[in-house]
Ligand binder design. Structure first.
Ligand code: PLP
Length: 854
């Protein structure tokens, strides 16, 4: 089963006949010479077709190829690109060196969106870009990763504004034969399809493939004649339609995703899902286990061991949930076949007392390793899912974090990459996460960095003017209004960028709270400030669209004309121009709604300085000297936070940012120093090379080894842990802490002892504490008994856990435990004792979130 290549005969001259190989691998999107090669074919056309190399190949006349094949400058560039491509594919990778024993099995990466390049409209925002960047770095690192997603006939949507600034959604039906994707064919040259049961029927899906460097991402397409009209539209649009479309799409993605991997015959060890969208993968894999005779509870353990779940949404309302009847309807064939497990199936996504099937709950129940996407988001997720985990201490909820990053070669301006090449060690792109490599940023002459930055800013301004012009031309504005944009935006002025999805929590209009104060900043003769806005609002998000309108209307006011602008149709191409060309990247979400945010990371590596609320990744990234933090009191009410944030934005602009930028005339030395700090401290950390290595070391490999262990000897370990959990769940209520005694004069107390070499005040004395615990049928060695108390440190209160040792069996299944703790701690006032189940087969200490405490 393979994609025949090339499936179109492009009839290129031999000297350049490997161009299709490049065009059909989005590696071109992170190789500047490859992009330049395509651009040289016809620069204007290249921009018009949104840098789509397949269209370029299809639509360029053979006479042009003939003459290019004679053009030595072109053929030399071609040869150099092909050489890099061959080297890229053949070099030994990080993964091969680090995990040579694990190169045979794939990691499946399932996502509803993928953002690789502007020519492939399969993304709506951050989640998709992250998935794209993840796959690119996985290829760079040599990780055997296979992606699965849906192929949307209409992509997301193209955004236009009318004269009032009302967003209009333009839908395009893409011709797949003109995108950098290939149909997957079987040995007989037939298109490969899979079937997914959906409600009372099956949906036929055709497989397509995007080549991403060394790896592939497969896409499912339901637009086939064999399907009903409604089913054909299931893969029409990203996040389009109603709840029915949504659940159907998620079934195609999750269940279809697994079937795709089976149809391709790829040995796959681990499944990584992003958001709950693909969580149905677990049901399909449990079903497979059942078909091969594995009991339900064991099947769940096998699938849990091999699933990784990344959550991206810090608000409960952002998590998909469907009514139970809807789930029963769409999954009816599964429930019919395995009717005896129907309640168990439903329980995987349903919590008692609710009538909803929650995709995030399904994901949490079926993935042993879970993570948020920044340190803060990890915390927020642990709080949010605490009650889901039996109300254990939030800190112990088994959800960790791996902070997002961005793919450096995709987002770093080629001009800067060239500059860095001159000053950083030759290996800097090979070891991006190595902090030392980035020290060389210091020795870049300020004029050079500033010079490149100014070039990029001018490029952005040309791009912005063209965008504004097109908007006015299309809206039939008078010729002078169209021409006027030629003078919009001043390359010398301090330029602030704000571009992201127009979700209301991102508060694009915050800066407009005091228009007079804004006016003074923008229209300062000596030290002007200008703003460039961009972003799409989901077609169903009316408040988001209202926000766009507001930005648009401010941009039309006389006093802000040409100084505050709103660009149409934010996409990856525009994002690149913005994050490379502005001076400051503004981000003022309502904390903690921004799980991570990644556009600021793109900006940072380009020497664009972040000016942001300490939310998402910026809480970790900001160090006091590499950008600015917008102040706000975290636990104050929204209104107060909003006031504080706004005041802080104006104050920082007036007192720090503007003065720093306009200090020292033509070459703002101190500004450049801050740009350097930004690059040096942030680029090595917030890139996907570091991120994907983290995923590999902390989740992929541990999940893979645990799964292998679970499956060995007729899944002996999986059976043990499944039986163990079942037994513990039904007997845990027998576990009781009968009595606690500590050194306060009561019978079983030990005597306080001094610790040598520590001053002799009460706090440094230790005392014995004992606990008498009745276990009932639970074996005491299957539990951990612990004392827990809290200790105040600089950053707040932290739990201290002291293990208790079994000391004496008092009577049958009643055991006395003991430990030593500081003698000033009083039971209940300061500490408590808890018992929890443990097993060497657990992936995390609280895999079974049961707890008895006193
Ligand atoms: C990077 C990017 C995003 C995500 O940016 P956030 O800061 O996470 O909002 C969204 N859309 C596009 C086109 C991007 O390039």
């Amino acid at each position: 089963m393979d994609t025949r290549f090339p499936f179109i005969d492009f009839k290129l001259p031999q000297a350049i006949d490997r161009l299709p190989e490049l065009a059909y691998n989005v590696w071109f999107s992170w190789n500047h010479e490859a992009l330049e090669l395509f651009a040289r074919v016809d620069r204007e056309r290249w921009d018009q077709i949104l840098h789509n190399p397949v269209r370029l190949l299809l639509e360029t006349d053979s006479s042009v190829w003939a003459s290019l094949s004679q053009d030595t400058e072109f053929t030399e560039l071609y040869t150099s690109v092909m050489k890099q491509w061959d080297e890229y594919q053949s070099q030994t990778t990080w993964f091969q060196k680090t995990y040579p024993q694990h190169t045979e099995a794939y990691i499946a990466y399932l996502s509803a969106e993928f953002g690789f390049h502007e020519s492939l409209p399969l993304y709506s925002g951050g989640l998709g870009i992250l998935a794209g960047d993840h796959c690119k770095s996985a290829s760079d690192l040599g990780i055997p990763l296979v992606g699965v997603g849906l192929l949307y006939k209409k992509g997301y949507f193209n955004q236009k504004f009318n004269r009032e600034g009302q967003q209009q959604t333009e839908t395009v039906r893409y011709d797949f034969s003109k995108l950098p994707i290939l149909p997957v064919q079987n040995e007989n040259g037939e298109r490969l399809t899979i079937q997914v049961p959906l409600a009372d029927r099956t949906v036929l899906l055709q497989l397509w493939k995007i080549q991403v460097g060394r790896n592939a991402v497969y896409l499912l397409d339901a637009d086939l004649e064999a399907n009903s009209e409604w089913d054909r539209e299931l893969t029409a649009q990203l996040y389009g339609g109603n709840q029915d479309t949504r659940i159907a799409q998620e079934i195609l993605l999750g269940i279809g995703g697994v079937k795709t991997i089976r149809a391709l015959g790829l040995p796959t060890a681990v499944y990584h899902i992003n958001e709950g969208h693909a969580a149905f993968q677990a049901l399909e894999r449990i079903r497979e286990q059942l078909e091969s005779g594995v009991p339900f509870h064991v099947a769940v353990e096998i699938i849990r061991a091999s699933s990784i779940f990344t959550t991206h949404t810090p608000v409960p309302a952002g998590h998909d949930a469907f009514g139970l009847p809807m789930v029963e309807h769409y999954l009816q064939s599964l429930f019919r076949r395995w009717n005896e497990h129907k309640q168990a199936w439903l329980q995987l996504g349903n919590t008692a007392g609710s009538a909803q099937f929650n995709m995030t709950h399904l994901a949490l129940n079926t993935a042993a390793l879970r993570n948020g996407v920044s340190q803060l988001h990890g915390q927020v997720s642990r709080d949010m899912f605490r009650s889901f985990h039996g109300n254990i201490d939030a800190r112990e909820v088994p959800i960790s974090h791996i902070t997002n990053g961005v793919h450096l070669r995709t987002w770093l301006a080629p001009e800067l990459q060239e500059l860095f090449d001159r000053f950083l060690p030759g290996t800097w792109l090979k070891h991006q996460a190595n902090l030392d490599q980035w020290q060389g940023i210091q020795i870049i002459p300020a004029e050079s960095l500033w010079g490149v930055h100014m070039e990029l800013k001018e490029k952005l301004i040309r791009f912005a003017r063209a965008n504004l012009r097109e908007h006015r031309r299309r809206n039939d504005m008078p010729a002078d209004k169209v021409e006027e944009v030629r003078s919009y935006l001043n390359p010398q002025a301090l330029t602030i960028g704000f571009a992201r999805r127009f979700a209301t929590y991102k508060r694009a209009n915050l800066i407009f709270s005091d228009l007079n104060r804004l006016h003074r900043l923008v229209n300062d003769e000596q030290r002007p400030v200008q703003f460039i806005f961009a972003g799409k609002a989901h077609p169903a998000d009316l408040p988001g669209q209202e926000m766009i309108k507001q930005v648009y209307q401010v941009s039309q006011m006389d006093r802000f004309r040409g100084k505050i602008v709103l660009l149409e149709n934010y996409d990856m191409n525009m994002a690149r121009h913005l994050v490379q060309g502005v001076d400051v990247w503004l981000n003022n979400p309502r904390r903690p709604y921004e799980a991570s945010g990644t556009s600021g990371q793109k900006a940072a590596m380009n020497g664009v300085i972040n000016f942001s609320v300490l939310d998402g990744w910026w809480e970790e990234g900001y160090d006091g000297s590499n950008g600015w933090s917008i102040h706000g009191t975290n636990d104050a009410d929204w209104q107060r936070q909003e006031q504080e944030n706004t005041e802080s934005i104006y104050r920082l602009l007036e007192q720090e940012i503007v003065p720093l930028y306009y200090n020292q005339g033509k070459l703002p030395q101190q500004w450049v120093a801050r740009m350097k700090r930004s690059i040096q401290t942030l680029a090595p950390v917030f890139n996907t090379e570091r991120m994907v290595m983290d995923y590999t070391n902390r989740t992929y490999i541990p999940a893979l080894t645990r799964t292998l262990k679970f499956l060995a000897n007729q899944h002996d370990a999986a059976t043990k842990v499944a039986d163990f959990k079942q037994f513990i769940r039904s007997n845990w209520h027998h576990v009781r802490i009968l009595e606690i005694k500590d050194g306060t004069g009561q019978p079983a107390a030990g005597t306080a002892v001094k610790i040598a070499s520590i001053p002799t005040d009460a706090a440094n004395m230790l005392k014995d504490v004992t606990a008498t615990i009745r276990f009932g049928p639970v074996w005491y060695k299957d539990t951990a008994v612990e004392i827990i108390y809290y200790e105040e440190r600089k950053d707040g209160w932290h739990p201290v856990v002291v293990p208790m040792e079994p000391y004496r069996e008092l009577e049958d299944r009643v055991v006395l435990y003991r430990a030593r703790i500081p003698s000033h701690l009083q039971h209940q006032a300061h500490y408590s004792i808890r018992v929890r189940p443990v097993s060497a087969n657990f992936a995390t200490p609280f895999e079974l979130p049961l707890l008895t405490s006193l």
